[in-house]
Design a binder for this molecule. Structure first.
Ligand code: HEC
Ligand code: HEC
Ligand code: HEC
Ligand code: HEC
Length: 474
């Protein structure tokens, strides 16, 4: 977003006037606490930090500018930082050209820090940062993951570190974002992201080609990362779903979904013959048994968002939340196909009866083939794998397709071609290497219903493989 020059100037003027008023004609004299805080800041902070003036290059500064600190930081973090209880934000020193070792920041007593934080909150504000400029009350966990991906795609990790797979990832040049959600205020992040040079000109900062929804996602990601108290919105628990109408949904299905999934959900719409994987055969799926978060995410955000094919479009912008709720209501009422096949007693090869399975799965690259499971086959690892398999894995638990017994006969499994792997088929499974299993779980099996589980940590993938190996021993 570009800010016109004239507006920049008027902001600056406003800004200067407001400071002038604060320090000169303030109609309310400072309270004892405020006067004390102001004294601390003038005596102990302004030697390094500026609290008034225009943004400058960090090459002319000793420490980050604080004239907008009141709208930039969350108060609890600020107090914690000022009492010496936070890690350095800049791991290679703010002035990385001078020294590589970050110095320890001066610490205040708890009481002083509270007073200084109050003072900062009240007086160091920036009129460019508008309260509630970004609304995160409808921000979902999946949107945060889009923001994270954009953060990576747009080189942000070139200079800012985030956690990946339980480890720090990225360059150490600038502020770390491990727990940016605890530190930074959402409205400040939005304004900063909209034009970084307004705050840190000629400091190595970067203007990215992100706008509209992308800006919303990336800002939401930074504003929530590491903040456990943030409650993500769960659309499937909203009023839209309470008021959903399968009658309206039926019309939507005909107008939008039938072109691929077919008028009766047989997967035979006019577009289908050119697609691989084929559109899901809803008529054979127990869609009423699928978790709502999965159904919502695949319909609203499309196949790619849940690790599946991008041939399945994202419908949210076309249909809105109510439309998505309606079409889901229709599908859940109409498509109640294959419930899980009960295990046939006494069959060694597993109830699917197909063992060995025809298997055309792509081979993992050589460097994966030789990987060995680093986790031992103890019961803790196997149980952790089982939990993920049955319930916890996102976007969708393995059992939904591979079945509770691991035989490939889950609620969704029967509708998929090729069929999900039958893990109970020991003679076939013993020829599939750990590295192959790892690679497919991480990346999916393209052209099939097997989705990529990008959000699983390595340890979780290896726990799953421990569990899968147990299934083959039965
Ligand atoms: C000797 C110089 C120095 C003094 C004195 C100093 N600071 Fe800092 N301050 C820094 C540096 C350098 C950083 C960046 C540190 C880091 O990597 O986290 C910093 C960071 C900060 C931050 C976080 C800024 C950001 O953008 O992330 C705040 C807030 C802050 N200082 C407030 C204060 C206050 C309030 C005082 C006075 C009580 C003070 N500082 C005194 C050097 C100083
Ligand atoms: C080439 C290096 C570089 C890249 C790439 C980069 N930034 Fe920055 N970023 C900076 C610099 C420099 C600053 C100012 C602070 C400083 O001097 O380190 C900064 C500051 C920030 C801040 C304020 C952090 C704070 O605590 O003060 C945010 C938010 C931010 N960047 C977001 C992003 C986003 C989002 C992207 C990707 C679209 C991105 N940055 C890409 C260099 C970079
Ligand atoms: C352009 C073709 C196309 C259209 C139009 C389309 N879909 Fe899909 N859909 C697909 C494909 C292809 C898949 C299978 C993706 C995969 O398995 O990787 C799919 C999968 C799905 C799934 C997931 C089932 C599973 O296997 O997990 C649901 C639910 C779904 N679509 C619902 C809808 C709804 C609702 C609409 C209409 C609003 C719709 N689709 C319109 C192509 C389409
Ligand atoms: C939406 C349905 C679906 C879900 C959910 C699913 N799978 Fe699969 N999976 C499949 C299908 C279909 C195949 C067969 C792919 C093929 O033939 O290449 C498959 C194949 C596999 C394979 C076989 C790789 C090979 O080389 O033979 C592994 C391993 C696997 N899945 C693991 C998992 C794990 C672990 C989970 C849960 C974290 C999971 N799957 C969730 C549908 C699914």
């Amino acid at each position: 977003m570009e800010i016109p020059n004239s507006e920049k100037i008027s902001y600056t003027v406003l800004f200067l006037i407001s400071f002038f008023m604060l320090f000169t004609f303030s109609p309310n004299p400072l309270s004892a606490n405020e006067a004390g805080a102001e004294k601390i800041i003038k005596e102990q902070c302004t030697a390094c930090h500026r609290i008034t003036g225009e943004a400058k290059s960090r090459f002319e500064l000793r420490a980050p500018d604080l004239m907008w600190a009141g709208v930039k930081f969350k108060r609890p973090w600020l107090v914690s930082f000022l009492t010496g209880n936070e890690k350095n934000v800049y791991q290679k020193n703010y002035r990385w050209d001078l020294s590589r070792k970050p110095a320890k920041h001066i610490a205040l007593s708890g009481e002083e820090a509270e007073a200084v934080a109050d003072y900062i909150k009240k007086h160091l504000v920036d009129p460019r940062v508008k309260k509630d400029a970004i609304d995160l009350s409808h921000f979902t966990e999946l949107q945060a993951s889009f923001g994270r991906q954009l953060f990576i795609d747009h080189s942000c990790t070139g200079c800012h570190q985030i956690m990946d797979n339980g480890k720090p990832m990225g360059g150490l040049q600038s502020a770390t974002f491990f727990d940016s959600g605890k530190r930074l205020n959402k409205d400040w992040i939005l304004r900063f992201n909209s034009n970084p040079p307004d705050f840190v000109p000629h400091s190595g900062e970067f203007v990215a080609d992100v706008s509209g929804l992308g800006l919303h996602y990336i800002t939401g990601f930074i504003a929530t990362e590491g903040d456990d108290s943030f409650k993500f919105y769960e659309p499937w628990k909203s009023e839209y779903f309470k008021n959903a109408s399968s009658k309206r949904g039926k019309v939507i299905y005909k107008e939008y979904c039938a072109q691929c999934h077919g008028a009766s959900g047989a997967g035979d719409g006019p577009a289908a013959s050119g697609l691989e994987p084929k559109p899901a055969v809803h008529a054979r799926m127990a869609l009423d048994q699928l978790p709502m978060d999965y159904l919502y995410n695949v319909v609203y955000y499309g196949g790619k968002a849940v690790g599946k094919s991008h041939y399945m479009p994202y419908w949210g912008l076309t249909l809105g939340e109510q439309g998505v709720a309606d079409v889901i209501a229709h599908m859940r009422e109409t498509f109640r196909g294959g419930s899980e096949v009960a295990a046939a007693p006494g069959k060694k090869t597993g109830p699917s009866g197909v063992c060995p399975q025809p298997r055309k799965t792509r081979k993992a690259p050589a460097r994966f083939q030789n990987m060995k499971n680093p986790l031992s086959a103890n019961s803790a690892n196997i149980r952790a794998g089982e939990k993920l398999f049955m319930k916890k894995a996102k976007p969708l638990a393995c059992a939904q397709c591979h079945g509770k017994n691991g035989d490939g006969q889950g609620a969704l499994g029967k509708a998929l071609k090729p069929a999900p792997r039958n893990f109970t088929c020991g003679p076939m499974m013993k020829d599939i290497s750990d590295g192959q299993l790892y690679w497919i779980i991480k990346n999916g099996s393209s052209g099939t219903g097997m989705m990529a589980f990008k959000s699983l940590k390595d340890t979780q993938v290896w726990q799953l493989i421990r569990y899968i190996r147990e299934l083959g021993k039965q």
